[in-house]
Design a protein. Structure first.
Length: 413
């Protein structure tokens, strides 16, 4: 029997669900749904660069292209090694899927995505995510890699007083982050009297690295106070009533959010659901705590707007699927590559550097340095009828060319 956070779990891979013998999400105290999230970009350790160049020169004819592409590659790390790291966060690997771009792990508490030179991990509950930092650096070093960008973020906790050391406060989290990755900046985004966001960014890249790197963005939709009828689908009794051959993704509409994806999911007993989706280079993930007293759903993806019509339509599908009482939307982007390349390719994405004006994704924002005014319309025109009202919106620009749009919506009663 496996233990997670001190609780025994039975993993039934044949039936694709996990038995929590003492399910925290259904305990009277409630489960902490909002996740802690780490994203790290890696680069070859400087001292190893000449070795890599010699290797490339030796195989310049491309006869061993696969070997070259696997040099400095986190995807080479074994499951056992990742589990030794996850033990420090008090969670375990439940399932794994791989494509040519990344490895996807469904965890006992949320998800891990491993790319060649990027890692994204989010964990919920009372996990100790920041306990993995030193071990993660050690693992990366075995592949000749070191971190060049570290981003830690999370929404405010529902039950902050129940968090263990590492995560009892943002100040404590910053202590561990700056110990392993010094020189970054910590920010609180939004009103501390309502739903808000904590983020730490440590950027160790040079300007040239920032301009030439691939574009990257993360969209998150974090939902509270969900429709009990929707949440019932993710309870054990509802699974027993499900028609034969019908998956929870088909029943709930999750399969329609990003069609064509390969989905890896788990249903927890007596309640709860987690999934990872793979769609080429795109990942997406959903985690559901369905109990009325602490209902929470998170949706996250790195999908680019070239894959979908726009972010607003995707957000609308997510909201219509889960019907929350209130929700937060965040879009975090680094726009170096977008500004230099992508924004010139279509009329909807352009950069007018002489006027210091940037337009991102038709629906996002404009920055006018000439009069120090910022106007932006990201996520304000969601087609949600008269159901929801925009409560607040914050736009943040960070050192290094990163930006965050943070919005809160609430159902109109």
């Amino acid at each position: 029997m496996t233990h997670v956070n001190g609780k025994p779990i039975l993993v039934n891979y044949a039936e694709k669900h996990v038995k929590h013998v003492d399910c925290e999400c259904c305990a009277e105290a409630g489960f902490e749904g909002p996740e802690k999230r780490l994203e790290l970009d890696f680069r070859p350790i400087a001292s190893d660069l000449p070795i890599y160049q010699q290797y490339k020169d030796k195989h310049r004819d491309g006869s061993e292209e696969d070997d070259i592409s696997n040099f400095y590659n986190l995807m080479n790390v074994t499951d056992e090694t990742w589990q030794s790291m996850l033990d420090l966060a008090c969670c375990r690997i439940l399932s794994k899927k791989t494509n040519e771009h990344f490895v996807s792990y469904v965890l006992s508490e949320s998800s891990l995505f491993v790319f060649k030179r990027k890692l994204v991990i989010k964990t919920c509950g009372t996990t100790t995510l920041l306990g993995i930092l030193k071990k993660l650096k050690e693992i990366a070093a075995t592949q000749g890699l070191e971190a060049e960008l570290v981003i830690f973020s999370r929404k405010n906790y529902v039950f902050p007083h129940r968090q263990p050391h590492y995560h009892s406060s943002f100040e404590e989290e910053l202590k561990y982050l700056t110990d392993d990755f010094p020189g970054g900046e910590g920010h609180v985004v939004g009103s501390v009297l309502s739903d808000h966001w904590y983020i730490y960014i440590c950027d160790m890249q040079g300007v040239d690295d920032q301009i030439t790197k691939d574009p990257d963005q993360t969209l998150e939709v974090l939902m509270h106070d969900l429709d009990p009828a929707v949440m019932r689908q993710f309870m054990e009794e509802a699974r027993k009533e499900r028609a034969p051959g019908v998956t929870i993704e088909q029943q709930s509409g999750i399969d329609k959010l990003l069609p064509g994806s390969e989905i890896d999911s788990f249903e927890f007993d007596p309640c709860g659901y987690s999934m990872n989706g793979l769609l080429g280079k795109t990942y997406w993930t959903i985690h559901i705590t369905p109990e009325d007293s602490c209902s929470f759903v998170s949706f996250e993806t790195n999908v680019k707007t070239s894959k979908i019509e726009n972010y607003s339509e995707l957000i609308e599908r997510v909201i219509h699927t889960f019907r929350p009482g209130r929700f937060t939307v965040t879009l975090f982007a680094d726009d170096h590559w977008d500004i230099q390349h992508e924004l010139h390719r279509t009329p909807s994405k352009q950069c007018l550097s002489d006027e210091h004006t940037t337009l991102l994704d038709q629906e996002s924002f404009q920055i006018h340095n000439s009069n120090l005014m910022k106007t932006y319309s990201a996520f304000t025109n969601l087609a949600l009828g008269d159901e929801y009202k925009l409560k607040s919106k914050t736009f943040y620009e960070f050192t290094g060319g990163y930006n965050l749009t943070f919005t809160n919506f609430a159902k109109i009663k």
